[in-house]
Design a protein. Structure first.
Length: 391
């Protein structure tokens, strides 16, 4: 890629930050804010985990960066990068990625085999950043609640909270950041709250919420109803059933039984749940070397009776754990990062999630970890992942 191509290409990235308010005093604006943020994004994509690593990568890539960015006073130092990421408002920083995310979403839809009539699935879940605790200031580990677009490998939004129990308040906030229209929203039991169901329906979306003892009355009614009807296979009850078997070898086999039925009119208190239509049950059976383990999970939903859709959405929800969170730990080592200050930790957390989305859009067959290494080794590959093509 020629220097002029680099300059034009990186301006496609810089423009996303042009409208972002610079929180620094005028005297400290020696390095343009869009350039510093672009360097931070590129540095994390190339393997850096914090301000020190980003600054060292930037010095190593000085020629590349000076070709494409406005850097009147040279490469910003570690302290400049740290101060910027500690001062930029989290909500505004995330908002600056909206148009970029929209373009990634549209491009992914064009390449995807997902039917245009199929509802979009968004999984909501929290992840603890184990190394972010700040005992000196009485702060525990920070939790990031994210929205994961499962079919396309995109993180759409995140909200931070200082306690896992506070995810109940974080979920409504993160839902405000995305377009719910026509989407199916799945949330674990902590998010099974009537107000959250109301918010999803008000946004013209559908919900599938895990049901546990935190909704004791409904939970007991569902369990009792299943116990009463399981022996006759729900004869006379509007229901559907699906069996899945998976043989994994080494003496292990797994099976899943999906059951979905319409909400019985004998249930009490269901009017509290906006548009509640169906109850779902998943029975997981695992046999390892002759030892059987069974796990039963329950769900409530605004979706109509459709066992294929129900089973598919349940499987997709696991993707935020097995694909997004697992990758953040394996590819980025997020659990081991020791960044205690809340604003910079949240901003870097967002950069990791966004760059993970970029890596997942790249068509190469390499692992995500290898793609990230290649971004550090090969400038052309880095530009490809950023979506910048040679001109």
């Amino acid at each position: 890629m020629q220097p002029s191509d680099v300059s034009i290409g990186l301006q496609e990235i810089v423009c996303h930050f042009d409208e972002l308010e610079d929180p620094r005093s005028t005297i400290n604006r020696l390095h343009p804010l869009p350039s510093v943020l672009t360097i931070a994004l590129m540095g994390v994509l190339a393997g850096a985990n914090g301000p020190t690593g980003i600054a060292k990568w930037a010095v190593a890539k000085k020629e590349l960066l000076q070709q494409g960015l406005d850097l009147p006073n040279g490469i910003p130092s570690r302290d400049v990068i740290r101060r910027v990421l500690s001062a930029v408002k989290v909500e505004a920083f995330q908002s600056s990625f909206v148009s970029w995310l929209n373009s990634l979403f549209e491009a992914a839809k064009e390449k995807s085999a997902v039917s245009s009539t199929e509802k979009t699935h968004m999984a909501i879940d929290g992840k603890t950043m184990k190394g972010s605790h700040d005992r000196a200031n009485g702060l525990g580990a920070m939790h990031l609640v994210s929205v994961w677009l499962s079919d396309f490998g995109l993180t759409l939004a995140q909200v931070a909270t200082d306690a896992k129990s506070n995810q109940i308040t974080a979920i409504p906030e993160v839902l405000k950041l995305v377009d719910l229209k026509g989407a199916i929203i799945t949330i674990d039991a902590m998010g099974t709250q009537t107000a959250i169901a109301d918010q999803i329906v008000a946004g013209k979306g559908d919900y599938l919420l895990a049901l546990k003892a935190n909704q004791d009355s409904l939970f007991q009614q569902v369990m009792n109803y299943v116990d009463d009807h399981i022996s006759d296979d729900f004869a006379g009850v509007p229901s559907q059933r699906l069996e899945e078997d998976t043989k994994k070898g080494h003496g292990r086999s797994d099976s899943r039984t999906y059951l979905q039925f319409e909400v019985p009119n004998t249930f009490t208190g269901t009017s509290r749940w906006k548009n509640l239509k169906t109850i779902g049950v998943v029975v997981y059976t695992s046999v390892v070397k002759g030892e059987q383990k069974i796990d039963i999970r329950y769900f409530i939903s605004s979706l109509a009776l459709d066992i294929q859709q129900f089973s598919k959405v349940v499987r997709k929800h696991w993707g935020i754990e097995t694909t997004c969170h697992w990758s953040l730990d394996v590819t980025y080592g997020e659990d081991g990062l020791r960044i205690r200050k809340r604003t910079i930790a949240e901003n870097l957390g967002w950069i990791r999630r966004f760059t993970l989305s970029l890596l997942k859009q790249h068509p190469g067959k390499e692992s995500l970890a290898m793609k990230r290494r290649l971004c550090g080794w090969n400038d052309d590959f880095l530009m490809q992942v950023l979506g910048i093509k040679a001109i």
